[in-house]
Design a protein around this ligand. Structure first.
Ligand code: NAD
Length: 500
């Protein structure tokens, strides 16, 4: 393995002793190599400054990565669950040992507060590797037996081959963990592509991954969707494509996958409704929305962004939530003072601003707080609360992926359930009431991959995460994810009925 292509650059501002190295080498067939394609500029969204340039994989390097994954498959797919589990545990340890550096890189590359990356994103990524290390050793399935006299049937669960995994920019390392851990735990080999905006944390981990995994099992290539993602997902030797991203990207991938009938695993957008009943604990609602509507500047597919508030609690909720949202701290010099970061890019910030502008162009929508680009450096947008929104408004129907929450008043619960379900999305939702019977009845009627009761947002590695409708159908986390990355096979042996 050669490490000579690590750039180890430091930005102008990072001259202190704690500044992390910026790695730029791709991982192909166990080697750390410089990309040979176009150069992508990597920015710090908190300042708008350039951090470095990363060269994409060329088409030839893409072919090499797929060929390496293909040739590694024969050996890796025959390792035992215990052998794979041990390596997953070592990867978890490697992330944990580097957690300070990885959190710094995540903060630099996404603009998010470093203390949140350190305490939330990095431990979550570690836990995902540890979970799959355990889960792969205790999978359960159908009983073998004689379903036809003289024949014994048994069911195997086998890996698929080369998987192409494509990640978004909102939680770069955590999304990488969600994609890599179950796929390799199940015995597949992988070509992983991070978002072109946020490759730094996984590239920093690449040298450790190269040490721990047999060559070719995991290949990491960088590049934009059109230049690298598209040829990757169209490649005939790729047997499965896993994407977390936008609905439009999911549609393009399905079209590409159709040509060679690849399996697809799609985790797409969301527009999570919250049904807040008159008897909800208002303080808990305010605290919940303040945290989970705006966490990661709302760049989260489960963000608590679409409130339906019952008439009896509506006015107090709008007033108190407005104050709470206005108190969110961001763009401060001291990292630990910040609760949220900027948007990932000027483009994303402007997209958020245009959603809010169009919403406020409607006479019935009221600005409670926010609704402006933050003056100063970086791609910040003020945490925003809009009231008086109606079911058919764009701001209620479309994913903003920014720090913007809408409030819609409702009278009766069946209307709220209908409105919550009247969405192209189906990823996450929540119900807020102190009456458990009511909570269960509403939760059971919601058409969402996840419904929380009196909370929102929290995920655990043991439970499945994934959507319905246009939010996609792949399941991340949990043993369901292992099933998505493997295929059921039937083996039948004919042995007759008489002992001879
Ligand atoms: P995006 O779809 O623009 O990009 C996601 C990834 O797809 C990137 O790596 C990109 O390079 C790649 N890509 C783009 N076009 C491609 C193509 N034609 N072929 C192959 N790859 C291509 O999404 P984003 O802007 O990075 O992320 C935001 C979106 O992701 C939001 O819609 C959000 O809701 C969704 N998301 C969903 C989940 C979930 O769990 N369901 C989690 C996080 C984000």
């Amino acid at each position: 393995m050669s490490q000579d292509t690590n750039v180890n650059k430091r930005t102008k501002k990072m001259t202190n002793a704690t500044a992390p190295m910026l790695h730029s080498a791709l991982l192909i067939d166990g080697q750390l190599v410089a990309g040979q394609g176009a150069r992508e500029t990597i920015l710090n969204p908190a300042t708008g400054e350039t951090l470095c340039e990363i060269a994409e994989a060329s088409l030839e390097q893409l072919e090499q990565a797929i060929a390496a994954a293909r040739s590694a498959f024969a050996g890796w797919s025959r390792t035992t669950p215990a052998q794979r589990s041990l390596i997953l545990l070592q990867i978890a340890d490697a992330i944990e040992q580097r957690s300070a550096e990885l959190a710094m890189l995540e903060a630099l590359n996404c603009g998010k507060p470093q203390h949140l990356a350190r305490n939330d994103d990095i431990p979550a990524a570690v836990d995902v590797f540890r979970f799959f290390a355990g889960a792969v050793r205790c999978q359960q399935g159908q009983l073998s037996g004689e379903y036809l006299p003289g024949h014994t049937s048994l069911v195997r669960r086998d890996p698929l081959g080369v998987v192409a995994s494509i990640a978004p920019w909102n939680y770069p390392l955590m999304m990488a963990a969600w994609k890599i851990a179950p796929a390799i735990a199940a015995g597949n080999t992988l070509v992983f592509k991070p978002s072109e905006h946020t490759p730094l944390s996984i590239l920093a981990l690449a040298p450790a991954l190269a040490e721990l995994l047999p060559r070719g099992v995991l290949n990491i290539i960088c590049g934009a969707g059109e230049t690298v993602g598209s040829p990757l997902v169209s490649h005939p030797q790729v047997r499965m494509v896993s994407l977390t991203g936008d609905i439009v990207t999911g549609q393009k991938i399905l079209q590409a996958a159709a040509r060679t009938l690849k399996r697809t695993h799609l985790e797409l957008g969301g527009k999570a409704p919250l049904i807040v009943c008159n008897d909800a604990d208002l303080a808990a609602v305010i605290q919940g929305v303040r945290s989970y509507g705006y966490y990661n500047a709302g760049q989260d597919c489960t963000a608590a962004c679409r409130i339906y508030a019952q008439a009896g609690i509506h006015d107090r909720l709008v007033a108190e939530l407005g104050d709470a949202v206005a108190s969110l701290r961001f763009a401060r010099k001291k990292d630990s003072d910040n609760e949220i970061g900027p948007l990932i890019s000027a483009r994303q910030r402007d997209r958020v601003a245009s959603f809010v502008e169009r919403a406020l162009g409607q006479p019935h929508i009221e600005r409670v707080t926010g609704a402006a680009v933050h003056s100063g450096p970086g791609f910040y947008y003020q945490p925003t609360l809009l009231a008086g929104c109606r079911q058919n408004d764009e701001i209620v129907q479309r994913e903003v992926f920014g720090p913007v929450v809408s409030v819609t008043r409702f009278d009766d619960l069946s209307q709220a359930v209908d409105w919550a379900n009247d969405s192209e999305y189906g990823l996450a939702s929540s119900v807020w009431t102190q009456n458990l019977d009511k909570a269960m009845q509403i939760a059971n009627r919601l058409q969402y991959g996840c419904t929380w009761i009196n909370t929102h947002f929290t995920l655990v590695s043991e439970m499945p995460h994934g959507g319905l409708k246009r939010s996609g159908y792949g399941k991340d986390l949990s043993s369901d994810s292992l099933q998505d990355y493997s295929v059921v096979r039937h083996i039948m042996a004919r042995h007759g009925t008489e002992l001879s």
